[in-house]
Design a protein around this ligand. Structure first.
Ligand code: ZN
Length: 299
């Protein structure tokens, strides 16, 4: 078991950093600060950071095939046009539930956009998981979700992995690439309570899952077929939220963290809370899957 302490990369701390994505074309790492209402871009060659302010909390931002970013916000899904810096609402999913917000989101290997919601008032069953189809319509797939997180698909696209953070485990489904339907839910791995709560996740090219542990101060590598924890990477921050592969060779793991609710005293003890960390795990990841959904403007 490796026990390392990767140091943070330059930058400013997010309140609730989440959803890192590597943009290969521009060598940029993108992440969201959910509570800071920001999309953050960091050019890893120049280390320059630019931030885009959002009108309310943003749970995820993923690149769209035609440019721009699909953004899962408090009141639905938006397209952010990087050239004009304008947001356009393309789905009003859950706009009728003001005490919910969108959380983590990702695209399947066909470019459908999956994103889930969670309660802002502590209701542990008010959330849901949605799938934006290739034609731009949105369907609810799972109900009674506490905090929707951690999507990943197997390298061959035949399985989907999912985390409802409060469940404390990683779910595994059979996946139909043709329709986006999931079936045959079972537990891929149960996470020990010492590890905190499972949050965001990514998959490497060997089909193993990298899990971020909220409250657990680490990321870990899990085998979804055996449920075995193969590696732990300890970090100098407790609230670890998500991770993605990046770098020119896709051999670097970028890890987001949070400082939400921290007092000054806690920040003195944990000054790197909310920073981005980088780690070389010795295995490569997969390129980000772009969204390929049709943009419907009449919602
Ligand atoms: Zn998360």
């Amino acid at each position: 078991m490796k026990l390392l302490e990767p140091q943070p990369i330059d930058g400013t701390a997010s309140i609730l950093g989440e959803g890192p994505v590597w943009l290969e074309a521009s060598s940029e790492l993108v992440w969201v600060d959910i509570e800071g209402c920001k999309i953050c871009y960091m050019n890893m060659k120049t280390r320059n950071i630019r931030t885009i302010q959002t009108k309310n909390r943003i749970g995820a931002a993923v690149p769209h095939r035609d440019g721009g970013m699909l953004c899962a916000m408090e009141d639905g899904i938006y397209l952010f046009d990087g050239k004009t810096s304008k947001f356009q609402q393309i789905s009003n999913t859950e706009s009728d539930q003001p005490s919910n917000r969108f959380n983590d989101g990702k695209c399947d290997p066909q470019g459908r956009f999956w994103a889930g919601t969670m309660s802002l008032v502590g209701d542990r069953s008010a959330g849901a998981l949605y799938r934006m189809e290739l034609d731009g319509t949105v369907n609810k797939v799972l109900d009674n979700i506490g905090c929707s997180n951690g999507l990943a698909w197997s390298v061959d696209g035949a399985e989907m992995y999912y985390i409802d953070t409060f469940s404390g485990n990683i779910k595994r489904f059979d996946y139909c690439l043709a329709t986006g339907e999931i079936s045959n839910m079972r537990v891929a791995a149960a996470i020990h309570t010492d590890f905190g709560y499972p949050d965001g996740m990514t998959i490497d090219c060997e089909g193993m899952l990298w899990i971020a542990h909220w409250g657990g101060g680490r990321v870990s590598r899990y085998n979804p077929y055996t449920g075995e924890c193969m590696e732990e990477v300890h970090l100098p921050a407790k609230l670890i939220t998500s991770c993605c592969f990046g770098g020119e060779e896709l051999d670097e793991l970028y890890i987001t963290s949070a400082r939400v609710g921290y007092t000054e005293k806690m920040l003195e003890q944990e000054p790197y809370a909310g920073y981005i960390f980088k780690y070389k795990p010795g295995v490569k990841g997969l390129p980000v899957q772009l969204a390929d959904v049709t943009i419907l403007t009449d919602k």
